[in-house]
Design a protein around this ligand. Structure first.
Ligand code: ATP
Ligand code: MG
Length: 265
C-alpha cells in the first residue's frame, strides 16, 4: 500500500432525466488496496463505474487517473478503449462471452482484441508492444484459467459451463488483459452461496497476481467486509463515508440506508 490515490474523483454529477444518479461524488481510491463499495439499490454505484470506465460521461466533474505512463490523465474526455489501454479493466453484469468458443480461446481472443483496439493509443503513449507473442498469449490464458480454478475446463465451450463457472470465466477474461485498476460490479451475483465463500480468497489472489487496485461493488456483506482494506458507502448518488470496513458498517447513515432498503425490498 502506497497511501496515494490511483484515481481521484471530484464533483462528479450525472442525471438521467430529472434523477440525479450521481449527485456530486468526491472520492480518492487508494492505490494497491482492495476497496469495496456498498450501498442500497439505486445508490449510483454502477453509474460511478460507468463514468470511470467510459461507458457514460458525467454531466460535470473530473476523474483523474494517477501514475499512468502519461502521468496524471483526466479521463472524462477519453474513449473507453483509451481507458483500457491506460490499465482500467471492468466486468459487466452479464458476461459477453462467445458461447460456442472454448474458454481458453476466449481468454486468448480478449488479449488480441484489447491489443488491437488499444494498439494506436498504446503507440501514442509509448507503451510499445502492439504485437503479441502467440506463446505468451496462450501461456497467460492457461495461467489465468488456473488462477480461477478452470484449468480442467479450458477446452469446453462457454455454453457448457454453469452460471458460477461463467462468472469465473468473465473474471478470467478481464484479468487476462492485466489491468492496474480492476472494477468488479457484484462479482458474487449468479454464484452459489458455497462458491461465494471461495470468492474472497480468489479475488485477493487475482489482485495480487495483477498487482492491481481492486474496486468492487458488492451486496454480500460478509464477502466485502472480509476482503476490503477500505470501504466506501454510497446512497442517493453521494458518498456517505469512507474508511475501514468495521467503521463504515457502523456508520449511522449506513445503518439507516440499509435498514431502509431492506424495509422496502
Ligand atoms: N439508463 C438509465 N436511465 C435512467 N435512469 C437510470 C439509468 N441507469 C441508472 N439509472 C438510475 O440512476 C440511479 C442509480 O442507478 P445505479 O444503477 O447506478 O445504482 P446501483 O447503486 O448500481 O444500484 P444496484 O445496487 O441496484 O445495482 C437509479 O435511480 C437508477 O434508476
Ligand atoms: Mg448496480
Amino acid at each position: 500500500m502506497t497511501g496515494r490515490p490511483i484515481i481521484s474523483i471530484a464533483g462528479v454529477r450525472l442525471s438521467f432525466g430529472g434523477v440525479a444518479a450521481l449527485d456530486g461524488v468526491d472520492l480518492e481510491v487508494p492505490e494497491g488496496q482492495i476497496v469495496g463499495i456498498i450501498g442500497p439499490n439505486g445508490a449510483g454505484k454502477t453509474t460511478l463505474f460507468d463514468c470511470i470506465s467510459g461507458f457514460r460521461r458525467p454531466d460535470s466533474g473530473s476523474i483523474t487517473l494517477h501514475g499512468s505512463p502519461q502521468g496524471d490523465v483526466e479521463l472524462t474526455s477519453r474513449a473507453p478503449y483509451e481507458r483500457t489501454a491506460l490499465g482500467i479493466g471492468r466486468t459487466f453484469q452479464n458476461a459477453r462471452l462467445f458461447k460456442s468458443m472454448p474458454i481458453r480461446d476466449i481468454l486468448r481472443a480478449v488479449q488480441h482484441d484489447r491489443m488491437k483496439r488499444s494498439g494506436f493509443f498504446r503507440s501514442v503513449l509509448g507503451l510499445g508492444g502492439s504485437v503479441l507473442d502467440e506463446q505468451e498469449v496462450t501461456d497467460r490464458a492457461d495461467e489465468v484459467l488456473e488462477l480461477v480454478g478452470l484449468s480442467a475446463h479450458g477446452d469446453k465451450p462457454a455454453m457448457e459451463l454453469s452460471t458460477g463457472m461463467l462468472r469465473l470465466c468473465e473474471l478470467a477474461a478481464v484479468v487476462a488483459v492485466r489491468p492496474r485498476l480492476l472494477l468488479l460490479d457484484e462479482p458474487s451475483s449468479g454464484i452459489a452461496q458455497k462458491e461465494t465463500e471461495a470468492l474472497g480468497p480468489l479475488l485477493r489472489r487475482l489482485a495480487e497476481y495483477l498487482n492491481a487496485t481492486l474496486l468492487m461493488i458488492e451486496h454480500d456483506m460478509p464477502l466485502i467486509m472480509g476482503i476490503s482494506d477500505t470501504m466506501i458507502a454510497m446512497a442517493g448518488g453521494r458518498v456517505i463515508t469512507v474508511g475501514p470496513p468495521a467503521e463504515v458498517r457502523e456508520h449511522p447513515e449506513v445503518l439507516t440506508s440499509y435498514l431502509g432498503a431492506k424495509a422496502t425490498a
